[in-house]
Design a protein around this ligand. Sequence first.
Ligand code: SAM
Length: 284
Amino acid sequence: MPKVVAAHKGPKPKLGQHFLASDSAAQRIVEALGDTSAATVLEIGPGRGVLTSLLAQRTQRLIAIELDRVLAAQLRMEFGMRQNVEIIEGDVLKIELDTVFGPKPGSLRPGLSYQPEPARVIGNLPYYITSDILLRLLEYHRYFSTIVVMLQKEVADRLAASPGSRDYGLFTATTQLYARVEKLFTLPPSAFNPPPKVHSSVIRLTIQPRLEALRVPEAEFISFLKLCFGQKRKTLWNNLKTGYDQGALKAALAKTGVKPTVRAEALPLERTAALFRALQDGNS
Ligand code: SAM
């Protein structure tokens, strides 16, 4: 008789499965979202449900997206009876956020604008796609007010960095264009099962887009940031000269008092935006 091999039921490292094993840390993470009794919360990667079970008791509506089919089925069994919890089996990078959070067909009467309460987001993120997830949430920031996530400590340090520090880069600037970043606390590998190789930190992003205050158009300014940070070791001048006429660049740098020899990471967003505007004015 052929031997029946039992399916492997352990964590899948490829999916970043390191389950939080500390109840007190789970409590702190959930509390960092504030009072959610009247809120919709999106949970990314609920796993075995350590945050989900706390959130289910204190959230008006909880939508949890889990990629692992077995875990999603287990979560459905556990939370199926709860009217306020919806488990979606899927990839958070692919799910149509407009469908989940946008206006529903027929919900708009002529003359009415659609402005639901923005949702909050929580998750101990799968680290292999941390930046993709965050950039996607920022792209859809109109649907969200607060984002509390656990990520690799080094990434948290980068996101919370100030201009001029070693950790400040394109990812920092883009994130801080949309949100205030607070680093809340750090956990050792032993707080997870199985333990990851790295320390983990919890951060809170409070969505506060700065585009209007900086007087810059979104898509163009993001492209400009990408150019400024194009090559990390290069000066602002060397990165920008690949996209601008040198005379216009010289004039804009002089007008804004930015030295051509600085690197992009030294500039606060206000000054990068001023340089962008000066270059736009020079072009018009
Ligand atoms: N929240 C749980 C906890 O704290 O114990 C699990 C966190 S674990 C670090 C990350 C979870 O994200 C895993 O359950 C994994 O299966 C899930 N995951 C991985 N990739 C995903 C994706 N693309 N979309 C949704 N969930 C994903």
